[in-house]
Structure formats: C-alpha cells, structure tokens
Ligand binder design. Structure first.
Ligand code: ZN
Length: 388
C-alpha cells in the first residue's frame, strides 16, 4: 500500500514545518514540502491541522505478563495489540521481571513474534531480575547473537529486596557478555537495570564502571523517578555518560509516597541541563504495581498500562511546559538511539513507516501507522489483535 499524507506539521522529532510524507510498503519513501503522485494504489490522507511524529518506542513492557509477587493469582495478564496502537506505540521492548520460573523466554519470544505478526515492531531482553542470568542458549552472548529478537539483557534488579543482590563482578561480567553479544550481532547489547527503592541507589553501577572497562552507556537504569533523591542520583549518572528512564505507570499511593510523575522528572532533568538524548520515558506496561508496607509485606497490587506513556507525554507538554519536540524525543528518538534500534524513532526517508498523526489542538491521536500499515484511524483501532 502507498500512502501520501499531506499538509501536516512534521516533528521528526525536530520541527520541520509543513511537509508531505510518502509511505511505501514498510518504509518512508519521501518527505518534501509538496509531493504530487496519483495512481489507483495511492491513498491520499489530508492532514491539515495535524502534527506528525515518529511512532512511540516503549522501552519496557512486560507484554507477556508479569507480577506474581502476591502469589499465583497476582500474575498480570498479557498485553493486547490495540493497548499499544491506540496509545501511539509502534515499537515495544519486552522483558520478564521478578518471576523467571513460571514466565519464560520461550513464552516472551512467542508473544513478541505474535505481536509482530499483528503489526508491531517488537524486541526482547534476555535474563530477568536475577543473576546469574537465565537464558535460552545457556549464554547471554549466544542469546544475543543467535536470537533475532534479543537486543540486550534486563531488567536486572539492583537496590531492591527482590534482586539477587548482585556483586560488582557479577554485574560487570553479565554486562560484558551482553556487550560482546551485541557487538557481534549489530545490536545495542544494553543492560536494562531495574532500580529499586533502597538507599544503595546507583552505587553498584558507579562501582562497575569504575572497576571495569565498561562504559556508563552500556547500562540503562529505569524507575529513576521513584523519588527525588533517586532522581538526583540519576542526574549524577547522566554526568558519567549514562542514560536514565522514567516509568509512566503509577498510582496515587506511589505519588503520595514521593514518586515524581515521569513527565515532571523529564522537565526537572531538562532544567538541570541534561541532554534529551539521555532521557526517556517507558510505561512498564503489564507490570504489577505492588504496594508494600514498611515491613516489606505486600498489601496491594495494580497493573501498569502501556497507555500511561501517551498520558505522560501529554502531561509533559500541558502541565510541565516541556517543548513538544523534546517530549516526543523522550518516547521515540532517545530510546531508539540508546537501544541502537535500526530505522526506528525518527520520521526520516528510509526509516520504518511508524507514525502518529495527532490533532494540533488537543494532541488527540487520530491515526497510527506501524510498518506502513494503518492501525488506528479517527482514534479507533482498525486492526485488532487476534483475540480482541
Ligand atoms: Zn522494574
């Protein structure tokens, strides 16, 4: 199918003014102030009064389900296709979490392939919260080289009572395995780090980069908006060359306990002079949001939602005055570049045709293209998941 989208303001994410965009197959074929092409196979879309952005890249989604910290009945459900597409998300990176016993990489890979068949671009992390890492082949390096969907390892948990309390050497070893696997397969080999709420914060990461040859950019800590003190530790980490991620799924109790809304954390870091290329937001979709009492016992459980990514993007603009192109970059270009996802995160000729078209007045999502396929039209899902 060939689509010609006319008259929208393009944020690629940098603002490029009014542009026409030609999509052919999976790719963006041309971008120019005026493109004229006719033919019975060309679908014209008039997009006056709209903004066009890259499809959103959600760097952490438990799309196969997660949780379980309150017993088997608290395992969270799988994500469905339209939960992502209706929220503008066209690329998702899946991970296991606390539970790598009843959840498996085989299951995660099958879900990733299923979502790909339905139209999304999907990737996965090998490993889970704990070290030594669980893998498919027996080796982190081999998993990255031999399995196309695996782009790194994570979430490896630190500073958390649910982590395996990894040592400097353990974390450095697994990071080097991931790095080498990434180098040999043309992937990022990034180590996604789940940062818990203990006072240890990012101490272990600093020790690893001081005591090894690994660069800070090999690690990608998430949940950095957990509290103000951790957020400041995150800014310190960016000064060492690292990137940080903020989690958009939240609940009132977390906020009452001092969590900074992801959009607020983004605005704060930008004000502190952190470069947008080091700042991202992700949904942590389908994770459980466990609530522990002060003795560490679980007292409540909710489920993270992938559409929180879109709401936080909107909140960043409406409530925290983050410039539109920076808010978009935090959920497209920045995560795509950090994870070294090829042809993702930009509206650019030759890149994958992943686009969001939204209203200029209220940023409501009108259309979503994923790999050149129209998934959402007039705010409604026109492609549904197999069981939706
Ligand atoms: Zn986590």
């Amino acid at each position: 199918m060939i689509y010609l989208i006319k008259g929208a303001d393009l944020y690629a994410p940098q603002p490029l003014g009014q542009q026409d965009i030609l999509l052919s197959g999976h790719k963006i074929l041309n971008i120019a102030p005026s493109i004229e092409i006719i033919g019975k196979d060309v679908v014209h879309i008039e997009a006056d009064g709209c903004l066009i952005t890259p499809g959103f890249v959600d760097s952490l989604v438990h799309f196969g389900g997660g949780g379980g910290e309150g017993g088997f009945h608290t395992r969270t459900p799988e994500m469905q296709l339209t939960e992502a597409t209706l929220a503008g998300v066209t690329t998702v990176i899946g991970a296991l979490g606390t539970d790598a016993t009843t959840r498996s990489h085989a299951d995660l890979l099958a879900k990733a392939r299923g979502l790909s068949n339905e139209g999304l671009s999907t990737y996965c992390y090998t490993g889970s919260y704990q070290l030594p890492a669980r893998t498919v082949t027996g080796s982190v390096t081999d998993d990255l080289i031999l399995i196309d969907k695996f782009i790194g390892i994570g979430e490896v948990a630190i500073a958390d009572h649910r982590s395996s309390q990894p040592s400097v050497n353990e974390l450095a070893r697994v990071a080097s395995e991931s790095r080498v696997g990434g180098m040999l397969s043309g992937k990022g080999g990034i180590v996604s780090i789940h940062v818990g709420d203990s006072d240890e914060q990012l101490r272990l990461l600093h020790q690893v980069i001081e005591q090894s040859d690994l660069p800070a950019r090999q690690f990608y800590p998430t949940h950095m908006n957990r509290n103000k003190s951790l957020l400041d530790a995150g800014i310190n980490w960016t000064k060492a060359g690292g990137s940080i991620d903020f989690t958009t799924s939240t609940n009132q109790q977390f906020l009452d306990q001092g969590e900074i809304p992801a959009a607020g954390a983004l605005a704060y870091c930008l004000k502190q002079g952190v470069n947008i290329s080091q700042l991202t937001m992700s949904s942590d979709g389908n994770a459980s949001l466990p609530v522990f009492d002060d003795k560490g016992d679980l007292v409540g459980l909710e489920v993270g939602r992938i559409n929180s990514l879109y709401h936080s993007f909107k909140q960043a603009i409406d409530h925290y005055q983050v410039p539109f192109e920076l808010a978009i970059a935090s959920i497209s270009t920045s995560p795509a570049d950090i994870l070294k996802l090829q042809n993702k995160g930009r509206v650019q000729v030759g890149y994958d045709a992943d686009l969001v078209i939204m209203s200029k007045t209220d940023l409501a999502i009108d259309k979503v293209f994923a790999m050149g396929r129209l998934m959402v039209d007039k705010g409604q899902a026109v492609v549904k998941g197999t069981f939706e």
